[in-house]
Design a protein around this ligand. Sequence first.
Ligand code: SAM
Length: 254
Amino acid sequence: MNRVYDDERLAGAYERGNEMPEASLRAWVELIASSVPSPSPAVVEIGAGTGMFSAAMARWIDGSSVLAVDASEPMLAEARRHHPHPAVRYVSGAAENVPAADGTFDMAFLSRVIHHLPDRTRAARELARILRPEGVLMIRTTFRERLDAVVYDYWPQLRSTDERRFPGEAELLADFAAAGFAAQEVASFAQPVTASLREYHTRMTTRPQSKFASITPEQFHEGLQRLAIAAQAEPVERPVPVVERYDVAVFSRR
Ligand SMILES: C[S@@+](CC[C@H](N)C(=O)[O-])C[C@H]1O[C@@H](n2cnc3c(N)ncnc32)[C@H](O)[C@@H]1O
């Protein structure tokens, strides 16, 4: 398993550096809610990280309860500290071995985690096990062939890292089909993550993502310098929000 998130520095930086504006988070939860198959759903988030989505789902999906599973204790500690919610239970566990009985959940949600899983087919079988027969799985990722994040504009080396790490669409759909899932929809959804490039620059100074571990400190600082120059050129009175687009794959059990 990828243990990069066991680093306490990264866990703290991740929490501060990946928060979304409330309106964006709300739009994401509305999208998730549109695929929920039943009222008051039991939801599991795998790779819940610092808990932003788990707490938001509990807050905005009526009557929901969320089991938030993550393999990293430092990430779970940040989640419990920053995103406590009475309907969310943060537990240690792995996508390949989820601490839950068969057929427990109406919905499973995975955000920015699928590329970390060492054994995707095993995780897919585990998700099929813990979902109810009418359960729905939503995967939020970026497919290898559509890597388009703003981060690559400033750190072009990260693109080749991510081309190795992220699955392509056909590959992902095939792995989940083999585990008994039928693809219902593959959509694209974009929301602002910061209100300006200046804010994005401030956020990036903390190296808030695991991908930065793949480049040297010099490469990191060169990219940050490019970003600082672009951010300084942004007119203060006309800030440009930084938007991140994701691919969203929705599956039902067959
Ligand atoms: C990029 S973070 C995503 C966090 C959150 N879902 C989000 O979208 O902000 C990836 C998370 O997946 C977790 N993770 C990696 N491999 C895992 C596995 N095999 N099982 C469960 N969690 C895993 C990491 O510990 C980390 O917290």
